[in-house]
Design a protein around this ligand. Structure first.
Ligand code: ADP
Length: 610
């Protein structure tokens, strides 16, 4: 990577960070708005409250705009089903911005495009019902240019990025008695971690022991007992095509059980076991209520940060590591109204991957330039660029994972858990085409070879009550029918495809009942499809995880090109490379962030004590 490119990207980050306007509350009632840019457009509007309604990411969005004396005096938006932390932020922030600006010329929330668009549409409808052309409210604004002030802060450990790794590191450093600052460039915490949909891999846990004791099925019992630390290491390295850093894998596996215990100690237990995709073993630990692990952990981490008195500096993007004679001594960062110098005894980079930096990805694989990504727009590789300025080395940058089940319209990932629970993949001809639970790269490649390069994921109602499954229905991803034949019609299959599809399901059910071998050699998640209603989601591969990143050792110390430690500089999570090799198996992103987030928090604290 060239310095020029990294500088360009960093400036882009600053611009993105600056785009977020000042934060206002969701219910701003009866504000004393004076003469405003919007008022001339609104001058003839009768006093009253006007309403607009649209469909958001997870349900109805209702906007209510109160206009009094030719000015907007109140804006309310309700959208209870928007994803917490993403769409929820849009619901919270956009109304205040419209009220302040007295116009529709406001920044929306990056990363919550569907919710933001739905909210803006509902607001436009509300103004239309007031007899106002919403376009007339777009060209006006109350906001003047903001002058940034400079501020210097001091701490023991500064953490860049409040995703899973950053928050785990911050909690650990605070538990070590350190004075911690955590900066986050987005207006919400969680990063890609919020989107982690399955569980966390771990081995040698008390949860596995309990599940093995409780298992009625002998085969399941054996598979759980066989899900040892050593097999976890082997499966991770086999999934990673043998190029993983074996020491990093061993540390992750050996410390995974303690990491699950630690999660429990901070109120985030993961007691439910499931098989891990790409393996026959039960490493996957999930929340008890069937919710997606990412949202569950982000909520618990945020609560713990609050309980420990650590405030995340939101909308604050780190731009540079302070280099004091080759040692990391803090960061420079920018928020919409400030430029910070944050002096620290050690620095932890937890900025996530680069799965939203299309230029960088395309420099490794041009075919990715126009692909759909499951990543938040924040995943631009900032930590990698900043550390490279300090001389850091990178590893495995060219390994970029496609996830095989991504809803293309909005990049929403359909969890691997569905296939672990018995879902199958069929192509547009109604035929199965692969071992649906092979490694992600293999399934993605198989999909790309199908007619029109897409597939349907098909499942029945056995788990339909789980939160994760309900979300797919409420988000409008699914088609549904009471019978397999009806589902074929709902998917738009012609007579031949319908016939193929019915046969494929019959054959699958036979394999699940042990009446025949599965035709694609699938040996896990063998659960029949026989309880209507039946569901299908149209999916295709999408960019998911960047396996490569900063080179670290098992202490999470960042290494330079000569393999030497850069003093004071630590990194954890997707910003690093080496753990996952050429392909990450499902459930290992969360194992990585929790294990290495904790290691980084501990070692950066020890370094700060020197
Ligand atoms: P991981 O899984 O490794 O924790 P995530 O994607 O969950 O990675 O989290 C990374 C976090 O880092 C995101 O919340 C992202 O917005 C944040 N981030 C990325 N770049 C910067 C930056 N320059 N300054 C502050 N935060 C950043």
């Amino acid at each position: 990577m060239k310095n020029k490119q990294s500088k360009g990207i960093l400036s882009l980050i600053v611009v993105v960070a600056m785009m977020f306007a000042v934060v206002f509350g969701v219910k701003v009632v009866g504000s004393n708005t004076t003469a405003s840019a919007g008022s001339s457009v609104l001058a003839n509007v009768a006093d009253g409250t006007y309403t607009g309604q649209t469909k958001g990411f997870g349900g109805d969005i209702i906007a209510e705009v109160t206009i009094e004396g030719g000015a907007i005096t109140d804006v309310k938006v309700t959208g209870d089903s928007e994803t917490e932390g993403l769409g929820g932020v849009a619901v919270e922030k956009i109304p205040g911005r419209v009220l302040e600006a007295q116009s529709l010329n406001v920044d929306t929330v990056s990363g919550a495009t569907v919710s933001s668009t739905a909210i803006m549409d509902a607001l436009r409808m509300a103004f239309e019902s007031a007899g106002v052309n919403p376009d007339d409210l777009v060209g006006v604004t109350n906001e003047g240019p903001k002058e940034k002030t400079e501020e210097t802060l001091d701490c023991d450990v500064v953490i860049v990025g409040a995703g899973g790794a950053g928050m785990a590191a911050a909690i650990t450093a605070k538990q070590e008695g350190k004075n911690v600052i955590i900066v986050e460039k987005m207006p919400y915490v969680g990063g890609n971690t919020t989107k982690a949909s399955g569980g966390m891999n771990a081995a040698g846990t008390k949860e596995q022991k309990a599940a093995a004791e409780a298992a009625e099925d002998e085969e399941v019992k054996e598979a759980i007992l066989d899900s040892t630390v050593e097999n976890y290491i082997k499966d991770t390295i086999a999934g990673g095509h043998d190029i993983n850093d074996p020491e990093l894998v061993r540390t992750m596996a050996e410390q995974s059980s303690a990491a699950v215990d630690w999660l429990e100690s901070i109120g985030a237990p993961l007691p439910t076991l499931a098989p891990t995709g790409g393996t026959v073993h039960y490493y996957l630990h999930e929340p008890e209520d069937g919710s997606a692990v990412g949202e569950f952990l982000v909520k618990s981490f945020s609560q713990t940060l609050e309980d420990l008195g650590i405030e995340v500096m939101l909308e604050t993007a780190a731009t540079e590591i302070i280099n004091q004679d080759g040692k990391a001594a803090g960061i420079k960062a920018e928020s919409p109204d400030k430029i910070y110098t944050i002096n620290a005894k050690s620095v932890i980079l937890a900025t996530g991957g680069f799965g939203a930096n299309f230029d960088l990805m395309a420099s490794y694989d041009p075919s990715l330039a126009n692909a759909v990504t499951t990543n938040t727009p924040a995943a631009t590789g900032d930590g990698i660029f900043m550390a490279e300025e300090m001389g850091a080395d990178t590893v495995d940058m060219e390994y970029i994972q496609l996830h095989p089940t991504v809803f293309q319209e909005n990049g929403l990932l359909v969890s691997e858990r569905l296939r672990s629970n018995g879902a199958i993949l069929v192509n547009k001809e109604g035929k199965r085409f692969t071992n649906d639970l092979a490694t992600r790269d293999a399934v993605s490649q198989a999909e790309l070879k199908q007619p029109d390069a897409f597939a349907y994921i098909v499942y029945d109602s056995k788990y339909a009550e789980e939160k994760l499954y309900q979300k797919y229905v409420s988000n409008g991803l699914t088609v549904e029918a009471d019978s397999i034949e009806g589902l074929a019609d709902a998917m738009g299959f012609d007579a031949t495809a319908k016939e193929n599809f019915v046969k494929a399901v019959e054959s699958w059910n036979k394999a699940c009942k042990g009446e025949q071998e599965d035709e694609f050699g699938r040996n896990n998640g063998l659960v029949t499809l026989d309880e209507g209603p039946f569901f299908a989601i149209k999916i295709a591969p999408g960019i998911h995880h960047t396996m490569g990143g900063l080179k670290i050792n098992t202490n999470t110390e960042v290494l330079d090109k000569d393999g030497k430690v850069i003093p004071g500089l630590f990194a954890a999570g997707e910003v690093t490379g080496g753990v996952h090799g050429g392909n990450r198996i499902g459930g290992n992103a969360v194992a990585d962030i929790v294990v290495y987030g904790r290691i980084a928090g501990k070692n950066a604290s020890d370094f700060a004590s020197k």
